[in-house]
Design a protein around this ligand. Structure first.
Ligand code: HSE
Length: 445
């Protein structure tokens, strides 16, 4: 059989990593696919003298590359949602399969792009878009396909987890660790995407859709970053037996779905609480397996390239199957492939996504309280009237101007009720606003 021909668009951390991996492991890969893979084009603006580009056509004109006849699969690793959108659409319209690591593109435009791919009988593969080298898309779309997935919770941004780990373990400054994450190729082009939770929200959007069979709805994810977390809260949480992690949570309830990304206290005994550095982990609760946890490197050239190349291998096999039946871009074989969002496109459900104040979580609250009799009684009576059950209270020694930090852990509560209770607590003369609040998840199965 003739080789399957690839165009790699973008030769940054991921594109360069994928090219190297395809070359270094070519013999091993051919043993798996039974077919050669040939890189015919790279689309790049910057020279990469460190890479072996012998015999590969180079161009800056990405649209022209995806229109070439000698390209079967386009690997889009330029990132962003503007040029990448146009190039991917053009590739699809020219009958090319697409492999992409671009979570922003799919979270924001995936409904349109998947539909277009289905109409043109091509596949968009996106393992590398979520959790780097962890094959979580394959796990959830195929490995757990017999299950009804109830919820998932993931540490799905390597840069953020790396920053939080280094700050906690080594006392390093935020900006210093972020600069290192950028140098290591972990961070997004705009690192606020990492620290403000936008990158995690993109990934959560994809995971939630393939978990529950719902359309992609990035605009409905509640998103809170890690930039306001303090060392003080990290340390108080630890005294109470918790670690703070930046979690993406998707939970299916009877009346709707929660989609949220925020700093979260997790009991330190949970495996996921001990996921450190650039590592990612996704905990999936499904009705037949129960809880299952997937762990590995969430960013960087090697892990992300591993996911890109695995997708290429899947597509090579798919193209070979089509060649056997003499039907390239055949509608029937295409429609019988694993659906993009795990469920048949016409079986996606429009389950409502809950607004932030309709979500339910437990809470860590830190109050800046004056130290005199009756203050705690006032606070606990507000919580009691709001039906909020307290799990633990910790009062720390007096600090500035004799004020004391008071930490409360609560049982799960409807966010609207917690908002109302906090508004009342902040009005108390003995409490100095703002009340610090961090959500808490026990992650029980
Ligand atoms: N910036 C992302 C991260 C890269 O740090 O996780 C992988 O998607």
């Amino acid at each position: 059989m003739k080789p399957v021909r690839l165009a790699i668009l973008g030769l940054g951390t991921v594109g360069g990593g994928a090219l190297k991996l395809l070359q270094e492991n070519a013999a091993e890969i051919a043993r798996r696919t039974g077919r050669d893979i040939q890189i015919t084009h790279v689309g790049t603006r910057r020279p990469r003298p460190d890479l072996n580009l012998d015999g590969i056509a180079q161009s800056e004109d990405l649209l022209s590359i995806v229109r070439q006849d000698n390209v079967d699969i386009v690997i889009e690793v330029i990132g962003g949602t503007s040029q990448a959108h146009d190039v991917v659409l053009e590739a699809i319209r020219h009958g090319k399969h697409v492999v992409t690591a671009n979570k922003a593109l799919l979270a924001e435009h995936g409904n349109e792009l998947f539909k277009e791919a289905e109409q043109h009988n091509v596949q968009i593969a996106f393992e590398a878009a979520v959790a780097g080298g962890i094959p979580i898309i394959k796990v959830m779309r195929e490995g757990l396909a017999a299950n009804k997935i109830e919820w998932l919770a993931g540490i799905i941004n390597g840069t953020g987890n790396f920053i939080m780990t280094e700050m906690r373990d080594k006392g390093r400054a935020f900006a210093d660790v972020l600069a290192e994450a950028q140098a290591l190729g972990y961070a997004e082009a705009d690192p606020t995407f990492d620290v403000e939770g936008i990158d995690a929200a993109h990934k959560l959007t994809l995971l939630a859709s393939i978990a529950f069979g719902i359309p992609l709805q990035f605009d409905k994810v509640y998103t809170e970053g890690i930039s306001k977390l303090t060392a003080q809260d990290v340390s108080y949480a630890e005294e109470l037996g918790y670690r703070i992690k930046h979690l993406g949570v998707a939970r299916r309830l009877a009346h709707g779905i929660e989609l949220r990304v925020h700093p979260t206290l997790i009991p330190e005994s949970r495996l996921i609480a001990n996921v450190n550095g650039v590592k990612n982990a996704v905990l999936v609760q499904s009705n037949a397996v129960g809880p299952s946890l997937y762990y590995g490197a969430g960013a960087g050239a090697g892990p992300t390239a591993s996911a890109v190349v695995a997708d290429v291998l899947d597509l090579v096999r798919f193209i070979s199957t089509q060649s056997l039946t003499g039907q390239e871009n055949d509608q029937k074989t295409n429609a019988s492939y694993v659906p993009h969002l795990a469920f048949q496109p016409d079986a996606l459900e429009n389950t409502p996504i809950l607004a932030a104040d309709q979500m339910t979580t437990a809470y860590y609250l830190r109050l800046d309280a004056e130290d005199h009799p009756g203050v705690l009684a006032e606070v606990t009576s507000i919580l009691s009237r709001a039906g909020i059950n307290i799990d633990a209270i910790l009062q720390k020694p007096a600090q500035d101007q004799g004020r004391v930090p008071v930490i409360l852990l609560t049982q799960p509560v409807l966010e609207a009720n917690m908002n109302e209770a906090i508004a009342q607590i902040e009005k108390l003369a003995a409490i100095h606003a703002p009340v610090v609040r961090i959500r808490l998840e026990t992650l029980d199965s």
